[in-house]
Each structure stands twice: as structure tokens, then as C-alpha cells.
Design a protein around this ligand. Structure first.
Ligand code: SF4
Length: 309
């Protein structure tokens, strides 16, 4: 019986920014599991999707409460915990706030799942105490999203963002440098800037596309994008190209945005962070300073950063 466990069930991954948070698992794996650039859950040992029962999740929350844990922030996973169902999610969020002194509740969420809830469903999430959602925007370019089978369009993301803002839920977007490959990188970045400029999310978190192999430490299947690379339908961006993408993104964002942009993952070759409105020029200067380093030094840096989860 799941509800007799003595330790809470663990998530597969969480955002780096949630490193201090209590982690509560509502679903296992990713129900969608089709994005060509991802495949991470199968790779990390969770190939199938399943929902946990409300009773099992409440039991985990009780365990966290009994431990007297110090953190006052909580994160719900795995990939798209709203797949447990709106009523179930609301019931769990309310229960969590009764049992633990929570100051901030966040969750991963697919834009397409939120979009199906429309404004009314999203308001219910807010009233149950959801403060922030981590959404994989990945790209704002419709063709790039289609190629990667992300299952969302820029329009869908923009509508969803408007409902989230209306409900008072913070938006944290993930953007993947390199997702357009070498052939579509400018459209990828221009489309992404368009979505950010029109939605003004609270956070934009920059990542770099990571093509992991099947012989990695975790031993799961390789990144599905390798198939496209072998077939010649996707040409990976160069290391330097991803830095140029970051530069173009910073140049393309409107200067008055209150959005916080962060490169808060170790895969990023250039780490910048700041509020666009206040720090854009400084962040751009950091990227340009890197790009004028001698070529050999830049190459050495790319090799040293490498890739990892
Ligand atoms: S990117 Fe997100 S939605 Fe797509 S397969 Fe990976 S975890 Fe699932």
C-alpha cells in the first residue's frame, strides 16, 4: 500500500531554483513524453506515466509535516502534476496549506494542460494556493515547437499567460538555446522574444539543448533528437551559436520588461542574470566580453562547461 510508506516518494527532477523546497510527487513521469529534444524521464528511469492517489500524496504531506521540516516553500512534480486532475490538485494544495506553513507553492505545468483549464480553472488553482508555475516555453517559434512535437503553440502560451496573470500566479518560462538548430536559430530566438515581450513573465530561465547519449551514467535511452540528426532533419547548433542566440535574445527583448532573466543552469556557457528593464545592457556586455575572447580560449571554455543534468 502506497499510503504506508515511511518516506515521501521522490521526484525525478526539479528546477534548480527549488533546491530548498519540499518536493511532493503527484504524478510519475511525463504523460506527453513526445518532445523530440527531451526524453528525460525515460532516460532517468521513469519511462511510464502514472497518477498517484490523493490519499498517497496526503500521506507524504503528513510525513513531511511530522518531520518538522524547515522549508516553507513546496514544489509539485513530476513533469505535469496537473494531470492528476483539477479537483485532485486543488484538494492536495488545500490540504498542504492546512498541514504545513507554506509561503510559496510552485509546480511544473505544461502550457497545453493549463490552456485546457481556461481562465476559470486557473483561478481555482490560484485560490487553492498555487503561487507559481514553471512552464517549458522552450521556443516561441511555431515551426520549431511543431518540429519538436512540443504540443503547444505561441498563441496557446500567450493566452495561458494572460489567464495566469489575471489569477495572480507567477510565470517562470524555460527557454532552450539551440532548439532551432543551425538552420532556424534566428526564427527560434525572434519568436521567443515575441512571446516574452507580449507576456512579460516573472522569470525567464535559460537552458542549452543537451543531447545526452544512451551510454550515460543513468543508462536510459538516448535523446530522441539523435534520430533526426542521423536522418539529416536537424542540424545541432554550435556551442558558439548558442552564445550568439543569447545575445540576440537579449537584444530582441523590449527594454522596459520587468522580467527577471537567469541562466540558472550549469550548462549555460555564459551565465547572466538580471531584470531586463534594469540590467539588459550589463548582461549584453557580459556576453560581448566573452565573444571577444581569443577563439582558443572560448573553445576551451565550451569544452570545460560540457553538458549535464
Ligand atoms: S519537455 Fe516536458 S512535456 Fe516534453 S517530454 Fe519532456 S517532460 Fe514531457
Amino acid at each position: 500500500m502506497e499510503s504506508t510508506r515511511e518516506i515521501p516518494e521522490k521526484l525525478v527532477i526539479r528546477p534548480p531554483s527549488e533546491y530548498r523546497s519540499l518536493l511532493v510527487r503527484l504524478t510519475r513521469g511525463c504523460r506527453w513524453n513526445r518532445c523530440r529534444f527531451c526524453g528525460l524521464y525515460p532516460h532517468l528511469g521513469e519511462p511510464a506515466f502514472s497518477k498517484r492517489t490523493v490519499a498517497a500524496v496526503k500521506h507524504d504531506i503528513d510525513l513531511l509535516g511530522r518531520r518538522g521540516v524547515a522549508s516553507d516553500t513546496v514544489f509539485f512534480g513530476d513533469a505535469d502534476p496537473l494531470q492528476i486532475g483539477l479537483e485532485e490538485f486543488v484538494e492536495i494544495a488545500r490540504y498542504l496549506r492546512q498541514v504545513l506553513p507554506v509561503k510559496r507553492l510552485t509546480a511544473y505545468a505544461r502550457a497545453s494542460t493549463l490552456w485546457k483549464l481556461k481562465g476559470d480553472g486557473i483561478k481555482r488553482l490560484a485560490s487553492a494556493g498555487l503561487d507559481r508555475v514553471h512552464i517549458g516555453l522552450e521556443s516561441g517559434d511555431a515551426a520549431t515547437l511543431r518540429f519538436h512535437r512540443k504540443g503547444q503553440s505561441p498563441k496557446m502560451v500567450m493566452e495561458t499567460a494572460a489567464w495566469l496573470k489575471e489569477a495572480g500566479i507567477e510565470i517562470s518560462f524555460y527557454v532552450l538555446l539551440g532548439l532551432g538548430g543551425r538552420d532556424r536559430w534566428q526564427q527560434h530566438i525572434h519568436g521567443t522574444a515575441r512571446v516574452i515581450n507580449s507576456t512579460v513573465p516573472d522569470f525567464v530561465r535559460i537552458r542549452r539543448l543537451w543531447l545526452y547519449r544512451g551510454d550515460s551514467f543513468w543508462g536510459g535511452p538516448e535523446c530522441p533528437l539523435f534520430k533526426e540528426i542521423r536522418q539529416g532533419t536537424f542540424t545541432p547548433q554550435t556551442s558558439e551559436g548558442t552564445v550568439l542566440e543569447l545575445q540576440l535574445l537579449l537584444e530582441s527583448l523590449e527594454s522596459g520588461l520587468s522580467t527577471m532573466l537567469l541562466c540558472d543552469h550549469r550548462n549555460n556557457y555564459v551565465q547572466v542574470a538580471g531584470v531586463i528593464r534594469d540590467d539588459r545592457q550589463e548582461m549584453l556586455a557580459a556576453v560581448k566580453d566573452f565573444l571577444i575572447l581569443p577563439a582558443a580560449e572560448r573553445e576551451k571554455h565550451y569544452a570545460a562547461v560540457g553538458s549535464g543534468i
